[in-house]
Design a protein around this ligand. Structure first.
Ligand code: CDP
Ligand code: CDP
Length: 220
């Protein structure tokens, strides 16, 4: 069977990475988490106490030695030899990543890396601009969404399980703010591709979402 490229985009907490991993597993494809790449740059900016302006972020991106590996169900991320797999998931990184990811030079560098990873086909890539910019020719494009309250609840549960003490209302406001920044930026904003299938997961289980995507793959 032909190895397809599958693009999964959508706002924070819609279930993209969970579903993308499972679809990749079922098809024997490679899973690529593009959000982890932008998070790595945001982490590096915080860690080096760099101003979040375009010039500084662009300089950082040019020097960045980013390694992404998908091992045992987890995207392992290293920057300049340092493992930052867990460090990129903190609320601190989530708070600045949308600002960092607006920088044009950074997006240009990421675009090249992401296209290169998908050139052989057989990838499930999740992010914000995959169906619209990174892989406009992807055979399957999914726009995954869910209500803001459901997405905030999911993220809150994840963070609480990791030991963070977070106010649900504040988290919801932060997620809404990040979504807005992602939707309103000039380059490659978050928007459903014209040929994407929108799937609302507010009351849809992970398994049902995976099945729906696999059905679309079979039709191809
Ligand atoms: O997992 P979550 O939905 O919270 O976010 P993520 O996928 O890890 O992405 C983190 C941030 O990176 C997003 O809010 C965007 O600002 C940025 N991003 C992007 O600009 N383009 C992508 N293709 C993926 C992520
Ligand atoms: O990648 P994205 O930010 O879109 O979301 P995620 O990290 O895959 O999912 C956020 C959380 O929601 C995870 O803990 C998932 O297990 C959960 N989830 C869910 O409860 N129901 C779904 N249909 C999808 C995800």
């Amino acid at each position: 069977m032909k190895r397809l490229n599958i693009a999964i985009d959508g706002p924070a907490g819609a279930g993209k990475s969970t579903v993308a991993k499972l679809v990749a597993q079922r098809l024997g494809y490679i899973y690529i988490d593009t959000g982890a790449m932008y998070r790595a740059v945001a982490w590096q900016a915080i860690n080096n106490k760099i101003e979040l302006d375009s010039t500084a972020i662009a300089n950082l991106a040019r020097q960045l030695e980013l390694k992404l590996a998908y091992i045992n169900g987890k995207t392992e991320v290293a920057v300049n030899g340092q493992d930052i797999t867990e460090a990129i998931r903190t609320p601190e990184v989530s708070r600045v990543v949308a600002k960092v990811s607006q920088v044009p030079e950074l997006r240009e560098i990421m675009l090249k890396l992401q296209r290169d990873m998908a050139k052989q086909g057989g990838v499930v890539m999740d992010g914000r601009d995959i169906g619209t910019h990174v892989l406009p020719n992807a055979e399957i494009k999914i726009f995954l969404t869910a209500s803001i309250s459901e997405r905030a609840k999911r993220r809150w549960q994840e963070l609480t399980a990791k030991g963070y003490s977070i106010d649900l209302t504040e988290l919801e406001a932060e997620i809404a703010c990040r979504d807005r920044e992602d939707c309103e930026r000039e380059i490659a904003p978050l928007i459903a591709a014209a040929d994407a299938v929108t799937v609302d997961t507010t009351s849809l289980s992970i398994e049902a979402t995976v099945e729906k995507i696999l059905e679309l793959c079979e039709e191809k």
